[in-house]
Write a protein of this length. Structure first.
Ligand code: WT7
Length: 621
């Protein structure tokens, strides 16, 4: 605890010196920077004038000391296995960077990555980083529509994909979705297809190329570009409070410094650890703590392609036992789903290699924490509950294991250099135990730089409440020991299985259906997924079969956004509760799905009758 306090104090007293030291110790620079940071709220530049390369830091600098160490241990869902050393990963990345160059890609171009969880997905990311092509990974569960919108927003020139991936024994066909998306994207010149499932598919002459064909005859040598510290590394789309996803921009030097430092602090990484982050590369956790953080820190990373219940619900325990995984980083949703399968499954495998457990994505409830600690960690592994966001780039609040005493359900204390306070609407600090908003004093090196193409939305969304202070969208309270307890979102953002979705996104998908007049969407509490999507829908004139239409609408949303966004419930209603100015009162709907009653202030409500009807109505689906 003393060591943590000392580190925290140093960072607070002199952030310039503190972060300069981190950047010097943790990152290789081709050219040193002139200033640690330049802060013109809400815009920041870190390590200004410095030159570096993310792929170089994840690969080349390890070759002398860790060349033969496993960088990736891969297990496919069907059971195929590969161990890829740092030297081999470096070779694969160099070759694929040469492939990208041969297709005409240049620093500053944008590439979409839409791939299953195979090592080549990591190769694709690192090859982009090596060349200075800004990548945007789209989770394979997103639909063709979602992929298309992101290609347009970024004006991407190339799509890196695979024929498909394996999930629950079935092929998830990715290339078909790319075909559907790219039809309307004339800016996409090339589609490179990695062969994973080897099922029949259609290749468009001139546009589509097999990865293995382009790989023929390319060189193993490819020097890393010396990129500006602020060169855009990636854009990752996440849900905001409107229907349009936001492209969160992260750049190179600051991001890499932040994820490398936090990787070491939070996971207390040792040279012989086998580290397994179960997140998909399509989410920020997959970027920061499956690729850039652990590889920059020289770790051995486990990657598993498929589903935890294939062929049976003990697949993860089997993977841990066989590959001697020592650190497991996963989500409360996954833990709750595994709890349902009973203790015999984990108990029948040797989990003694585990030494540290991590949790991310949503608040972890006490029952899940206790089970994770007792059944998986056998009461000997600390649990690091890590709070952060796509926008923060890396972990903001988490215990440093061993140093900070744990309290189940709390992320404990902020990382060094992260000045956090729980405040009220006016920005005044809240007393202990009182609900408020966690604010972070900017800047820190891993923070979002802007929303791609929309700096105004960036300013408005995160920095309009108090200048220079980053607003998270969460509520929290701080206890008498200074520990932070995250209470969930305060905006119209839902958290389903740790995946972020805006209510408006689902609403716009619903109203694009010909039968729907209006829609209001809220998250309702769900035993496994944390929240589930509940939709209130009014219909256009017509004779509708509610049961059938309910099914159709759920399918429709899954098609528009992706399967993970399939609503749990569709409720048909004659009208939606609105204020006199016509704003849908989602707060009331939230109360209806949570408690089936309505309390609180309804004075601005247009028609109370609607609410009473909704509160007593039965589920139509
Ligand atoms: C939102 C950010 C961070 C990577 C995965 C999600 C919630 C995240 C925790 C946690 C309580 C958490 C917050 C946050 N959240 N981690 N440990 N305890 N809540 O990234 O999709 O950007 O979502 O996830 O509500 O605002 P994201």
């Amino acid at each position: 605890m003393e060591a943590y306090r000392e580190l925290y104090r140093r960072a607070e007293e002199n952030p310039e010196a503190f972060w300069s030291e981190q950047a010097t110790n943790e990152i290789h620079w081709f050219e040193k920077w002139n200033h640690p940071f330049e802060w013109n709220p809400p815009f920041v530049k870190w390590f200004v004038g410095g030159k570096t390369n993310a792929a170089y830091n994840c690969l080349d600098r390890h070759l002398a000391t860790r060349g033969d160490k496993a960088a990736i241990i891969f297990e496919g869902e069907p059971g195929d296995q590969r161990v890829i050393t740092y030297r081999e990963l470096h070779r694969l990345v160099c070759r694929f960077t040469n492939v990208l160059k041969a297709r005409g890609c240049q620093p500053g171009d944008r590439a979409m990555i839409y791939m299953p969880m195979v090592p080549e997905a990591v190769v694709a990311m690192l090859a982009c980083a090596r060349l200075g092509v800004t990548h945007s990974v789209v989770f394979g569960g997103f639909s063709a529509e979602a992929l298309k919108a992101r290609i347009h927003d970024l004006d991407a020139r190339i799509v890196l994909t695979a024929d498909g991936g394996w999930r629950r024994g079935k092929e998830v066909r990715l290339k078909d979705a790319v075909d559907e998306a790219v039809k309307d994207c004339p800016g996409v010149k090339d589609v490179i297809v990695y062969q994973r499932t080897a099922q029949p598919l259609f290749m468009t002459e001139g546009r589509d190329h097999w990865w293995h064909d382009l790989d023929l005859g390319v060189s193993d040598e490819c020097p890393a570009e010396q990129l500006d510290s602020e060169h855009p590394l990636f854009v990752l789309y996440t849900s905001g409070t409107t229907g349009k996803p936001k492209g969160i921009l992260h750049t190179t030097g600051g991001y890499l410094t932040y994820v490398t430092s936090t990787m070491k602090w939070v996971f207390d990484l040792k040279e012989d650890d086998v580290y397994w982050c179960t997140a998909d590369i399509g989410w920020v956790t997959g970027h920061s703590y499956l690729v850039y953080g652990p590889l920059s820190a020289g770790a051995t990373c486990m990657i598993y392609e498929g589903s935890p219940d294939y062929p049976a619900w003990d697949r993860w325990w089997d993977v841990i036992a066989r590959h001697k995984v020592s650190i497991l980083y996963t989500s409360p949703t996954a833990i709750r789903a595994l709890i349902k399968q009973g203790e015999e499954l984990p108990n029948s495998h040797d989990l003694s290699s585990l030494r540290l457990l991590g949790s991310v994505g949503e608040p972890i409830n006490p029952a899940a924490w206790e089970w994770y600690h007792r059944v998986i960690g056998k009461d000997r592994c600390p649990i690091v509950d890590t709070w952060w966001q796509t926008e923060t780039g890396g972990i903001m609040i988490a215990p440093m294991p061993g140093a900070i005493p744990l309290k189940p359900g709390s992320g404990t204390l902020p990382m060094p250099g992260i000045l956090t306070e729980v405040v009220d609407f006016e920005g005044k600090p809240r007393g202990h135990q009182r609900r408020g908003f966690p604010h972070h004093q900017a800047p820190w090196p891993g923070m979002i730089r802007t929303i791609w193409g929309d700096p105004e939305r960036f300013q408005q969304q995160y920095f309009s409440r108090m200048p220079g202070v980053y607003f998270t969208g969460d509520a929290a309270r701080c206890d008498e020991d200074g520990y932070l307890w995250i209470l969930g979102r305060v905006d119209d953002v839902m958290n389903v299985s740790g995946h972020r979705l805006s209510t408006m996104e689902v609403e716009s998908a619903l109203v694009s259906h010909p039968a729907v007049a209006e829609a209001a969407v809220v998250g309702k509490p769900h035993e496994i997924t944390g929240q589930a999507i509940c939709c209130f829908v009014t219909l256009k004139q017509g004779n509708w079969d509610h049961h059938q239409l309910g099914q159709d609408l759920r399918k429709w949303v899954a098609h528009e956004i992706g399967a993970f966004a399939r609503p749990d419930e569709i409720r048909f209603t004659e009208a939606l509760p609105k204020t006199r100015s016509g704003k849908i009162m989602r707060r009331l709907l939230r109360e209806i799905v949570t408690s089936h009653t309505v309390s609180g202030d309804v004075t601005t409500l247009e028609d109370l009758g609607v609410v009473n009807k909704l509160a007593t109505q039965h589920d139509e689906d």
